[in-house]
Design a protein around this ligand. Structure first.
Ligand SMILES: [Zn+2]
Ligand SMILES: [Zn+2]
Length: 348
């Protein structure tokens, strides 16, 4: 039996989802006293909160990006562990999005709400798989929330890259990939395909890739591109932030071939617009089928949609007899492919 109204347990506010009885926010977009953070992308994990509760990996990633003093105090939580805050129980479950990413289940008064942050139910060798959690209300993103978005199998997209590298052995293949998660997933998939030569990195990808390696993710021989000779870069595979594909950084490579790993590469015009020769449809967000499948797996009678293409998913849910509403929280989708961002550092 449900005693508490969902909106009383988690209240959408301009700063993010607020839990009055636990006195905390989830992924707040402004500095707050207590924040529970789903994952390290900068639109969800911001610096300047007093107390931060997150997985150890998310805390480490925040430390790498913002420095030791990104929060006054931190507490780490493992998957499946429940933390009591007031009369609210908060439990973190894997979201399958990036290393350390979590869905946060909050429960009180017989009502359970799962805030999933960003997630995907597709396989990813760099993080724990998405785990559906039964709940009354499921809060979901809808970055690729249109039926046209069906992501290909990531391994087959990497096979296209390897085929091109074999076909044009003298050309350097530059792969644009977001710095947290996507880059390391692409590297791990390249390794799985059997490629064991060095993979060269743009400076903006070095620290997070190093952290993934420390956590035991098999990235193999990765090296800073800034230390490479021109001969070493001939026919090499290198990764960079998407914004660097066309900038000065790319000019050090002989005869570069621009690739871009993103769910948006499904849209041909986007690939053309960015001068991408080899689009790789690889996304760290659920596609349309993944969103629908995940909503169903939670058994939730109600869904709230935080950001992305909200209308189609809300419509789909209502047709199935679920209650559904868009939350329209501003501030999400600024970093990762939610915004197709091109704001990353262009240093080295
Ligand atoms: Zn994200
Ligand atoms: Zn996001």
């Amino acid at each position: 039996m449900r005693f508490m109204r969902p909106e009383s347990l988690l209240t959408p506010t301009p700063s993010g989802l607020y839990c009055p009885s636990g006195a905390f926010y989830i992924d707040p977009t402004r500095p707050v006293d207590r924040a529970l953070i789903t994952h390290g992308h900068s639109d969800h994990a911001r610096a300047g909160h007093s107390a931060v509760l997150a997985t150890r990996e998310t805390l480490d990633i925040m430390r790498l990006r913002y420095g030791e003093r990104f929060a006054s105090s931190t507490q780490s939580v493992t998957y499946g562990e429940t933390v009591r805050l007031g009369n609210v129980a908060a439990t973190f479950h894997p979201a399958g999005h990036v290393l350390g990413s979590a869905q946060i289940a909050v429960e009180s008064g017989g009502c359970r709400i799962v805030a999933s942050g960003d997630y995907k139910d597709a396989p990813d060798p760099t993080c724990a798989p998405f785990e559906p959690v039964r709940c009354d209300v499921f809060i979901t993103e809808a970055t690729f929330g249109l039926p046209v978005f069906r992501h290909a199998d990531a391994a087959s997209e990497i096979a296209k890259l390897m085929k091109s590298a074999a076909l044009f052995p003298e050309r350097a293949h530059l792969v644009g990939a977001y710095a947290l998660g996507k880059a390391q997933r692409v590297i791990a998939l390249i390794r799985r395909s059997g490629y064991d030569r060095p993979i060269w990195l743009h400076g903006a990808l070095e620290s997070i890739t190093g952290y993934y390696a420390e956590c035991g993710i098999p990235v193999g021989d990765v090296r800073p591109a800034r230390t490479a000779t021109r001969a070493e870069l001939s026919g090499a595979i290198a990764l960079c932030p998407p914004s660097s594909l066309q900038d000065r950084w790319a000019r050090r490579f002989p005869d570069p071939l621009a690739c871009f790993a993103s769910g948006w590469m499904r849209v041909r015009a986007r690939a053309r617009q960015r001068g991408v020769e080899l689009p790789l449809v690889i996304s760290d967000h659920a596609d349309w089928d993944g969103l629908c499948r995940s909503v169903e797996a939670t058994g939730a009678g109600e869904i709230w949609v935080t950001h992305g293409q909200e209308d189609a998913l809300v419509h789909w849910a209502k047709q199935r007899g679920l209650r559904a509403r868009p939350l329209a929280i501003a501030g999400y989708g600024d970093e990762d492919e939610a915004a197709d961002a091109s704001t990353e550092s262009e240093a080295p």
